[in-house]
Write a protein that binds this ligand. Structure first.
Ligand SMILES: Cc1ncc(C[n+]2csc(CCOP(=O)(O)OP(=O)(O)O)c2C)c(N)n1
Length: 821
């Protein structure tokens, strides 16, 4: 009886203890000591008003300088994992190494400050613990077998990280401050705190990890998806061990992480099959300020990291002024990444010693906080005192090293800094276009027939949807030359022929596997089991891989990701497809800051392809225009290619040309919607087995036309039909399938062929302030040596009318005007 009672009592007390621990595991982070300046006050939590030794023990673990947020994770195994690590004895850190890094972080900033007074460097002071944190993470990664760390970060502390973690020579950086060699090949077109950097990190266990810090624009957080795409590409290169070997580490500002939507879009990619990188490590370098804005005005919740709670990921808040705790958290974070192949977050809470940049006075907007900061000792001084070390010899050594680096910087122009591009970029070039880059893109008839056969072949017993079966039968006939080939088949033939040639293909976009317009059917779906079969993956045993993914409903992150992937897989054809071209403006930052400008700014190439459905079909303001005008405005010095293939065969050759040439340039393709299956835009098999991509499709007449209409895309086919209806024999219709680089020679030839014409016209469906008009007309006038009229919709604020009747009337008017009424 007594024994039973004792057992019951002890069970009850174990349960009570567990409840105490549970309360702290759940809520302890809200009362943790996280802010070195004490401005982040503990939250009153009645659940934690507990006393007794058990409560004290739990409080020590969960309300110290680490606040672990993990009880929102549904997976019990992950929760228990974090709990065990938190409740275990903290391992002894290498305090000398930590002190050395803290000193390096701050002295580096001091030297820049005194030497280059008045220049922006975005100091890391107040968050110096970022260096020991990265050191801990990368050292742990090395132990787990990582050989490559992919890092992304914005301005704050970037120069510091470049030198002290990435391992770039300080002299190199000083040279940029001194502007010793303005033509330095580090990339001549950007400010120094946006430059990428490659180097080697020396891990605590003696191993080396090669590090790449991704080049990024000022647009905060836009680099996040690029980092993930690049990481994935490097992982795919390494095959099965890729996820172990390559680890992504993204650093974020607290204001930016909370505010920029691309963060949410990027996090949402983390566990999606076509996009996962096996867990990324995220660090919020949280100085509790964004420029002049305090957290109250920039975050709707207590922590800027709250966005991360949407994932099954732990968030470790840590007080930056307890470097031992910071280092411990780094280790736990990395171990978690490797244990679960899942993302993990560290919220490093410190402060910002100076203004937003060093030329900005923060006492105007935060006088009280900055009075505190001014009186607050540097992190290395606090740490040295805490561990009883004399920091002076280390400080002197670091100063001496930096002094020597400054001297060396003066010499640097004599040995130019070469950017180390990975070997796989060896066969590709950028720069200006040259006709000698063109290659033969035709495929022999037998190959086409064989590809066609594989495309319509699926396993025995596979239950195929009746509509898809019909489509496959038609495709077989197309490949056999019995039926004109439409755009969907042309694309499949391009992909199929490329993978057979050893060129991998990766395409992603919303609903891209089936195709928004039911045109692709890359994956066949068993009607009984929903099992999927992708014929393009089963072409031949030695083929290259072909991956076609439905992406999350995002533009910015997914396009950024594919741009990133293309950066590290130049030999693959990498494509992103917008659901409708209109939606690509959701990714405008990626287009402007990366795709159009990365060669100019950073000397970094990409062959990424954007497929943008475009065309006026009465579907309203948001399903008509991929904004041709915007891409044309971005075009300069052959930085991008802008094409609108008017036939299926043109599309086939365009895609193959993009993959097969050594010239690596982004390709913007305006793809059809209603023209996808239109007989006028379909092509004969012979157009695939001969010919190349033609930038201009000349009129089929003999040059005697009196009116020459130049156009691009769908309207051209409508003009041809209208000409036929009118039995008009005096109008030539010329398709411009490549708008940029401007096909000067081809257009000159066609214009000269019609030297006797009375009139030259540019005709487009888009309103006058949109489309290619403003780009084309002046150039055509230059070539024709006379004025060129244009026919277009009236100028308009929105791309198109919402009324399909109005659309039809407008379209009719365009055709009427094009034929001179
Ligand atoms: C998309 C975007 N909007 C605005 C800016 C201008 N800007 C540069 S830094 C900054 C503050 C960033 O604060 P935070 O993310 O907390 O990083 P911190 O500078 O404090 O390290 C702002 C608003 C920018 N660079 N990018």
């Amino acid at each position: 009886m007594v024994r039973e009672q004792a057992v019951a009592e002890s069970a009850a007390s174990a349960e009570a203890q567990e409840r105490v621990w549970d309360a702290f595991r759940r809520w302890g982070y809200l009362q943790a000591n996280l802010d070195p300046l004490g401005d982040l006050e503990p939250v009153a939590m009645p659940e934690l008003d507990l006393t007794g030794p058990e409560a004290e023990a739990a409080r020590r673990v969960y309300c110290g300088t680490i606040g672990a947020e993990f009880m929102h994770i549904p997976d019990r195994e992950r929760r228990v994992w974090v709990q065990e690590r938190m409740e275990a004895e903290a391992p002894e850190p290498d305090r000398t190494r930590i002190l050395d890094l803290l000193i390096r972080a701050e002295i580096f900033e001091h030297v820049l400050q005194t030497r280059y007074l008045g220049t922006k460097r975005y100091s890391l002071e107040g968050e110096a613990a970022l260096l020991p944190l990265l050191d801990s993470i990368l050292s742990a990664a090395a132990e787990h077998g990582a050989t490559k760390g992919m890092l992304a970060m914005s301005h704050r502390g970037r120069l510091n990280v470049m030198v002290n973690i990435v391992g770039r020579a300080a002299a190199e950086l000083f040279a940029r401050f001194e502007d010793v060699d303005p033509r330095s090949t580090m990339g001549s077109g950007d400010v120094k705190y946006h430059m990428g950097a490659t180097g080697d990190f020396h891990a605590a266990n003696g191993g080396d990890i090669s590090i790449h810090l991704v080049s990024n624009p000022s647009h905060l957080e836009a680099v996040d998806p690029v980092l993930m795409g690049r990481t994935r590409a490097k992982q795919v290169r390494r095959g099965e061990t890729g996820r172990k070997e390559v680890v992504a580490i993204a650093m974020h500002g607290d204001a930016a992480f909370a505010g920029q939507g691309v963060c949410a879009e990027t996090l949402n990619l983390c566990d999606v099959p076509g996009f996962t990188v096996g867990g990324s490590v995220h660090i919020i370098v949280n100085n509790l300020i964004g420029f002049t804005t305090v957290p109250r005005d920039s975050v709707s919740s207590r922590f800027s990291s709250d966005l991360a709670k949407r994932l099954d990921a732990p968030i470790f808040h840590v007080n930056a002024e307890d470097p031992d705790a910071v280092v411990r958290v780094g280790r736990i974070a990395l171990d978690y990444r490797y244990a679960f192949g899942a993302p993990v977050f560290v919220d490093l809470i410190g402060y910002r010693r100076h203004g937003h940049s060093e030329v900005d006075d923060p006492t105007i907007t935060q006088p009280l906080r900055y009075r505190k900061i001014e009186a607050h000792p540097q992190m290395w001084r606090i740490y040295a005192e805490k561990i009883g070390a004399d920091p002076e010899p280390m400080v002197q050594r670091v100063r001496d090293e930096l002094d020597a680096a400054q001297k060396e910087a003066q010499e640097i122009e004599k040995r130019p800094l070469m950017r180390r591009l990975p070997r796989y970029w060896g066969g590709f070039i950028g720069g200006r276009y040259d006709a000698s880059y063109e290659v033969d893109t035709a495929a022999p008839e037998e190959t086409m027939a064989a590809i066609g056969e594989s495309l319509v072949t699926y396993p025995e017993g596979f239950h195929i949807h009746a509509k898809v079966k019909k489509l496959l039968e038609q495709r077989l006939e197309m490949a056999q030359g019995k039926r004109a080939i439409d755009f969907g088949m042309a694309e499949a033939l391009a992909f199929g022929s490329l993978v057979l040639q050893g060129v991998p293909v990766r395409l992603s976009g919303q609903d891209s596997r089936r195709g928004t317009f039911n045109q692709r059917h890359a994956a066949l779906i068993d009607t009984e089991t929903e099992e999927e079969f992708v014929p393009l993956e089963h072409m031949a045993p030695d083929q290259a891989w072909c991956e076609i993914y439905n992406s999350p409903l995002s533009e910015a992150a997914v396009l950024g990701y594919e741009y990133g992937f293309s950066r590290d897989f130049p030999e693959a054809l990498v494509l992103w497809e917008a659901q409708f071209g209109d939606f690509a403006n959701g990714a405008q930052i990626i287009i402007d800051q990366f795709i159009a400008a990365s060669e100019d700014k950073w000397n970094l190439l990409t062959g990424v392809v954007m497929l943008l459905p475009h065309g006026y079909e009465g579907q309203g303001p948001e399903h008509s225009s991929a904004r041709i005008e915007r891409f044309l405005q971005l075009a300069a010095r052959d930085n991008i290619q802008i094409c609108q293939p008017s036939t299926a065969a043109q599309y086939f050759h365009l895609l193959r040309r993009q993959a097969m040439r050594m010239w690596r340039k982004p390709l913007i393709v305006f793809t059809p919607k209603s023209m996808l299956r239109h007989p006028a835009a379909s092509s004969a098999l012979s157009d695939f087995t001969s010919r190349r991509f033609r930038t201009v499709i000349p009129d089929s007449g003999d040059g005697s036309a009196t009116r020459v209409v130049l156009c691009t895309g769908k309207i051209g086919h409508e003009l041809v039909a209208e000409r036929k209806r009118r039995q008009d024999h005096s109008t030539a219709i010329v398709f411009v399938d490549q708008l940029y680089p401007f096909p000067e020679a081809e257009l000159t030839e066609e214009i000269n062929r019609h030297a006797n014409a009375r009139e030259f016209l540019w005709v487009q469906e888009e309103p006058g302030n949109m489309g290619a008009r403003e780009f084309m007309v002046p150039q055509l006038e230059r070539l024709a040596g006379r004025s060129v009229l244009s026919v277009n919709r009236s100028e308009s604020a929105s791309p198109s009318t919402g009324s399909s009747k109005a659309h039809e009337m407008e379209q009719k008017t365009l055709l009427t005007l094009a034929f001179g009424i």
